[in-house]
Design a protein around this ligand. Structure first.
Ligand SMILES: [Fe+2]
Length: 330
């Protein structure tokens, strides 16, 4: 399965959609349409859905009592690859639900299989998306989605090794590289970047060194999307600021995927990273054992007052997490 040899699903899937819960859909509508510049595909009392390309839905927001990520949809290239994944789930005694008709249409797909993934985030697998050919009304020239999928998520885990093993065993995910932030900083962190196709990472797993704590109250720490051009990135940054949104991290460049990006909180509690120019992995020359000692080559600074506030909040959330079990499917 490794190195593209033998049957496997590496390269046969990509991130398809994100579903998040929010108490306030009006906040999300403003954030999605006016700040990020997404296409509002549908709006009801209980749900919002946004398009970013020809897929009928890429980001879905459901009215809930809690702000958090709910589900991550993965597009699988064909039935054969889907069957391999379903066989792996069955072998691990994971109960899988099949949805079709209106329930699947709510996710913008024809049918889907789903199960409860790490930290309770639903993992949903689909082959055929529903599409919409109506012109996009977005505020960027486009989003970089294509065959490598929507973007990536970053998750903090108290069960780092088991979580990495889960993604490797389920999706044949490969480790792209790691970032180890050394002691001397406030918190020593190790981040492992996993890819399932040419996108440098679709899932990043962050873990504290020493006692394992989870400093974030949401299942996902951040969700990344990429805009098409540098002008799109800077225009989105300026638009968010002009609308009064506070940045969690100003513009900067990551050392490993080389992505230029900024971060801001979403109305669902987790952050969104808006990026551009992330590198594409060429399997022929990629070396997976690179370890970087910083999160950013430059920039990504946290605004001063927010830095102190976030530091305190993260420590308190981290202490509470010591009493909490972290769910894993196996
Ligand atoms: Fe990221």
């Amino acid at each position: 399965m490794e190195n593209g040899v033998g049957p496997g699903v590496f390269g046969a899937l990509s991130m398809g959609y994100l579903v998040a819960g929010a108490r306030n859909l009006a906040d999300w509508k403003r954030f999605g349409c006016e700040a990020i510049g997404l296409h509002l595909a549908c709006e009801s009392e209980s749900q919002l859905a946004f398009r970013m390309d020809e897929h009928a839905r890429r980001i879905i927001i459901e009215r809930r009592d809690a702000d958090d990520a709910i589900a991550l949809g993965w597009q699988v290239n064909d039935r054969a690859a889907l069957d391999i994944i379903l066989e792996r789930l069955a072998a691990n005694n994971v109960s899988v639900e099949f949805l079709q008709g209106d329930q699947a249409a709510q996710r913008g797909v024809l049918t889907l299989h789903r199960f409860v993934g790490p930290k309770g985030l639903l993992i949903e697998l689909f082959v055929e998306p529903l599409t919409d050919s109506k012109p996009l009304q977005i505020l960027s020239s486009g989003f970089n989605i294509g065959r490598a999928g929507l973007g990536h998520i970053s998750v903090m885990s108290k069960e780092r090794d088991r979580t990495i093993a889960f993604w490797r065993e389920l999706f044949d995910a490969r480790i792209s590289d790691r970032i180890e932030i050394s002691s001397g900083k406030r918190v020593a962190l190790d981040v492992t970047f996993l890819r399932v196709n040419e996108r440098h990472h679709s899932v990043a797993i962050a873990a504290t060194r020493g006692p394992r704590i989870d400093m974030f109250p949401t299942r996902v720490q951040h969700f990344n999307i990429e805009v098409a051009t540098l002008d799109d990135l800077t225009a989105t940054f300026e638009r968010c600021r002009a609308l009064g949104y506070k940045m969690s991290r100003n513009i900067g460049r990551h050392p490993n995927d080389k992505e230029l990006s900024f971060y801001l909180p979403t109305p669902s509690g987790f952050e969104m990273e808006i990026g551009w120019d992330a590198l594409v992995v060429d399997e022929a020359w990629w070396e997976s054992d690179r370890v970087y000692d910083r999160m950013s080559n430059w920039g990504h600074d946290i605004p001063g007052a927010l830095s102190t506030e976030l530091g305190l909040r993260h420590v308190l959330t981290g202490i509470k997490s010591l009493r909490r079990e972290e769910f894993l499917p196996w």
